[in-house]
Design a protein around this ligand. Sequence first.
Ligand code: SF4
Ligand code: SF4
Length: 109
Amino acid sequence: MNALTWNVFSGGTVTIDLDVCTGCTTKACLSACNVPNLGSALTRGDDGLPALAISPDRAAKGGCIECLACDLACAADGLGALSFVLPTPETDAYLDALRTAGDAPGRGW
Ligand code: SF4
Ligand code: SF4
């Protein structure tokens, strides 16, 4: 997979499958990314595909504010090439406690 990946401040990761983006006519993620006072973290690269408008280091320090606007725009008007993996420690701990108690998700949920 030809992927664009960057880390974000929460410890998560954003990945765009650029192979999918080649067939996308809207490039909706690009217009969706417009952070007040920071500008856009995404831009159109020389190849016409999404690219980071800022350095990966700056993106990881908060230049990408994890607003999910690109993800929603891609789901609504793009081809679903974008994925977020964000840490959810409280939810993980809650689910671990349920499993320990023998009440695993999927039973009666
Ligand atoms: S909207 Fe989705 S599929 Fe289209 S260019 Fe952006 S990430 Fe790729
Ligand atoms: S999460 Fe928000 S700031 Fe980060 S790339 Fe997507 S739209 Fe831009």
